[in-house]
Write a protein that binds this ligand. Structure first.
Ligand code: CO
Length: 420
């Protein structure tokens, strides 16, 4: 057990407000002059009636950037293969810790299939005593669990190895956070009865490429979830409707979508996604394989690349931190090129393997300044800078970049990405 008692949410917000006010300028100075003549009149006509399924305000434009896979480029599809593409969460507009399902990043290898849940089945077989086929109705009858967990593509932030992403959406947007609901895989595996030779599972999706990954049985028995719910409704088609595997803290590629089959085996299958892809080539020419856990990482989401501060004055630096190994214990901010670090406040609830929102009151005096964050997780691991990461991993690797991201506020208030 940890002995540092967490602050209650009201303590945190009181401290935060006090620190904000202490830094010199009254709130009125931040908000600017507001007179009755600038207020909009209330509506005179009746507004929209209640609807069956909600839409956001037409004034809200935040959206995913969609990118086709370039590796699929050919004479047949010179622009790449859109079905094997990805979309990125607009983290620059994010609030709190949850990602709306409509803005959760997507990465498909053969497009999202349309699946009728009444016809969908999950087969569990291989080195088991009693192979079983589950319908969706049967899965929903079983005891369920809900967990708020981030999902991050292991290729997230790959731009930062060489050519830093201009916005936080481009650099960090293949990470999102949802509440997932479903059945613990351990329950289903206990039901089928694992034979002693069973040491790994192969999970397979119902998409056209039959996406599959080999995964150690130990993790399957620990905390994998066969999820049918996301943020209070059914999992979205782009997220694996009607069923996806959710693996707390492990790279997004392993969270098999449109899950149709789990085979218990004695050793990994060495499929495409664990040999030619999703391995990490090191400087000595060997490659790391089965690097499942996503290491601790943080990034400032406001202000970040593409934002523009309207004038010198009071601001709140805020961002997100997460670790595939548990809780975020600390986030620190540097506004002096990394020479000194000050602790940011962590918003409650602070959950393991979940986005953690951090906040840091700050006054911008109108000078150019660099902003960066670093986090420490509950294992004591400190997020490295790019240089430290390259020392260990070299520059031939592609996945698992978790280095510090640096933003620079220019004298005109515009914010840019700068090399770390
Ligand atoms: Co990996």
């Amino acid at each position: 057990m940890k002995n540092n008692t967490p602050k209650s949410p009201s303590d945190v917000s009181k401290t935060s407000r006090r620190r904000f006010l202490q830094t010199g300028v009254a709130v009125g100075g931040v908000l600017g002059a507001c007179t009755p003549s600038t207020l909009q009149d209330p509506a005179r006509d009746l507004g929209e009636a209640p609807s069956t399924y909600g839409q956001r305000s037409p004034f809200e434009k935040s959206s995913r950037i969609v990118q086709a896979s370039s590796s699929g480029g050919s004479r047949r599809s010179p622009g790449g293969t859109p079905e094997a593409g990805l979309s990125r969460t607009p983290l620059q507009d994010s609030q709190g810790i949850l990602t709306p399902s409509s803005l959760h990043f997507e990465r498909h290898h053969a497009g999202a299939p349309e699946i009728d849940p009444d016809r969908h089945r999950l087969l569990i077989h291989g080195l088991v005593e009693r192979p079983l086929i589950f319908t969706m109705d049967e899965l929903r009858q079983l005891p369920s669990v809900s967990r708020i967990l981030f999902v991050e593509c292991s290729g997230n932030s790959q731009s930062e190895w060489s050519n830093p992403g201009s916005t936080v959406q481009r650099s960090h947007g293949t990470a999102s956070c949802s509440q997932w609901t479903g059945v613990e895989l351990s329950l289903l595996l206990t039901e089928v009865g694992i034979r002693p030779e069973g040491k790994w599972i192969v999970a397979e999706g119902a998409d056209a490429c039959k996406m599959h990954r080999s995964l150690p049985l130990e993790k399957a028995m620990k905390d994998m979830i066969v999820a049918y719910g996301q943020n209070g409704e059914a999992v979205r088609p782009g997220q694996g409707y009607p069923l996806r595997l959710v693996i707390p803290g492990w790279e997004g590629n392993t969270h098999i979508k449109w899950l149709r089959r789990i085979k218990v085996v004695d050793q990994p299958y060495m499929g495409r996604e664990e040999t030619s892809k999703y391995t990490d080539l090191l400087p000595d020419g060997t490659a790391r394989q089965f690097t499942f856990a996503m290491e601790a990482k943080s990034v400032i989401t406001y202000p970040s690349g593409g934002h523009r501060l309207p004038a010198p004055g009071r601001y709140e630096i805020t961002g997100l931190a997460w670790s595939g190994r548990g809780l975020i214990d600390r986030v620190e901010i540097s506004i002096d090129e990394g020479q000194s670090w000050q602790e940011a406040e962590l918003q409650e609830p602070r959950l393991p393997i979940c986005f953690t929102r951090f906040r840091f009151p700050w006054e911008w005096k109108g000078q150019p300044v660099t902003l960066q964050s670093r986090c420490t997780d509950e294992t004591g691991y400190l997020q490295p800078n790019r240089e430290e990461l390259i020392k260990i991993r070299g520059l031939r690797t592609f996945y698992h970049f978790n280095g510090i991201k640096v933003w620079q506020v220019q004298a005109d208030g515009s914010v840019q990405s700068v090399p770390a």
